[in-house]
Design a protein around this ligand. Structure first.
Ligand code: HPA
Ligand code: ZN
Length: 326
C-alpha cells in the first residue's frame, strides 16, 4: 500500500487544530463577498502569495485579518463542516477543535454565534461520518488575563458545550504565569486544560504550563529538547505533545522537515502526536503532516501507528469511547 493510503487508513485523532486556521482562501473570498467585508488582498492568488511567513507573528497578523470574514452562524458552520470533510478523508475519527472567541467578539460577533455554528458542524460530522469532536476555547495570550476572565464570563452559560480551554497567539513575552488565576478558575469549573508552549517560547514556558496552568497536553512543545531535565519529566509523566511539523517549517521554527526534531522526541520516548495546526495556511492537513514527516525523517509504519495511537490516547474521550479505534 502506498504511504498516503496507509496513513489515511490509520484511525487518528487531531488534537491541535485551530478552526480559524482551516479558512481556505477561496472560502475567505466567498465569505468576504457574502458579508460585505473588505479584505487587504485583491485575489485568492494574492492572499496565497502572502503566505510567506518569517515567524509566528507574521502568520498571526494575516490569520486575524482573514478571520474577519467570519460573521454569521452559517459561516462558522461552513468553515467547520469543510474541515470535517477533509479530516474524514484523512482518517480522522476524532477531532478536538480550538477556537478563538476573542478574535470574533472583538468585532461584535457573539460567542453564541460562533458556538452555534461550530456545534452544528460537529453534530453533522458525527451523523455523516461518525467523527467525534470536542471544542476547546482558546484565550489569546497577547491580551490581558482580565480580558480572558471577561471571555470566560461570556462562556459560562455555554460550559456544557465546551470541553476545555487552551492558550494561543503570540508566545514570546506572554508566559503562562500571566494566566495562572484564569486557568485555576477554569479547572475549578471542570474544564480540561491545554496550552501552547515551547513553539517559539523557551522550555521554561513548558514547565510553567505544566506547573502553573496544570496543562494536560502541551501544544507544540518542540523546544523542550533544550532542557534535558524537562525531556526526562515529559517522558516520565507521558505528557502528550501536539506537534505540528508543517506549521513549524512554515513559521521557521525549523529550517526544513529533515531538520525537525520529531524523530528525536519520539525516540526519546515522548508521547508525540502529529497535527496540522492551521492547515489552510501551512500547506497541508493532518495526513500530509504524517506522510511528509515520515518521508523526511525516515519514520516507518510501526512508528506512524504508534503516533496515531498516541493521538487517540491523548484525546479527551474515555477509554471506552476510543476502544473501537485501538
Ligand atoms: N501558535 C500560536 N497561536 C496560534 C497558532 C500557533 O501555532 N495558530 C493559531 N494561533
Ligand atoms: Zn496552534
Amino acid at each position: 500500500m502506498e504511504l498516503e493510503a496507509y496513513v489515511r487508513a490509520l484511525p487518528k485523532a487531531e488534537l491541535h487544530l485551530h478552526i480559524e486556521g482551516t479558512l481556505e482562501p477561496e472560502m475567505m473570498f466567498a465569505l468576504a463577498r457574502r458579508n460585505g467585508v473588505a479584505l487587504p488582498w485583491a485575489s485568492v492568488e494574492a492572499v496565497r502569495a502572502a503566505y510567506a511567513f518569517t515567524d509566528l507573528q507574521s502568520f498571526l497578523d494575516l490569520y486575524y485579518a482573514g478571520a474577519a470574514v467570519l460573521v454569521r452562524e452559517q459561516d462558522f458552520f461552513e468553515l467547520a463542516f469543510a474541515y470535517f470533510e477533509r479530516a474524514h478523508a484523512d482518517g480522522v475519527v476524532h477531532a478536538e477543535l480550538f477556537f478563538d472567541p476573542q478574535t470574533h467578539t472583538a468585532r461584535g460577533v457573539a460567542l453564541e454565534t460562533v458556538l452555534d455554528g461550530l456545534e452544528r458542524a460537529c453534530v453533522e460530522a458525527r451523523a455523516r461520518w461518525g467523527i467525534g469532536s470536542r471544542l476547546i476555547l482558546c484565550f489569546l495570550r497577547h491580551l490581558s488575563e482580565e480580558e480572558g476572565f471577561a471571555t470566560l464570563q461570556q462562556a459560562l452559560p455555554h460550559l456544557s458545550r465546551i470541553d476545555g480551554v487552551g492558550l494561543d497567539s503570540s508566545e514570546r513575552g506572554h508566559p503562562p504565569a500571566k494566566f495562572a488565576r484564569l486557568f485555576a478558575r477554569c479547572r475549578e469549573l471542570g474544564l480540561h486544560v491545554v496550552a501552547h508552549a515551547g513553539e517559539e517560547g523557551p522550555p521554561a514556558y513548558i514547565v510553567d504550563a505544566l506547573d502553573l496552568l496544570k496543562a494536560e497536553r502541551i501544544d507544540h512543545g518542540v523546544r523542550c529538547t533544550e532542557d534535558p531535565a524537562l525531556v526526562g519529566r515529559l517522558v516520565r509523566e507521558q505528557v502528550p505533545l501536539t506537534v505540528c511539523p508543517l506549521s513549524n517549517v512554515k513559521l521557521c521554527v525549523f529550517p526544513d522537515l529533515a531538520r525537525h526534531n520529531l524523530g528525536q522526541l519520539f525516540a526519546a520516548g515522548l508521547k508525540v502526536t502529529i497535527n496540522s495546526d492551521d492547515p489552510a495556511y501551512f500547506g497541508g492537513y493532518v495526513a500530509k503532516n504524517y506522510v511528509d514527516t515520515a518521508r523526511a525523517l525516515g519514520l516507518g509504519r510501526a512508528e506512524l501507528r504508534r503516533i496515531a495511537r498516541n493521538s487517540l490516547e491523548a484525546s479527551f474521550v474515555s477509554a471506552a469511547e476510543r476502544a473501537p479505534w485501538l
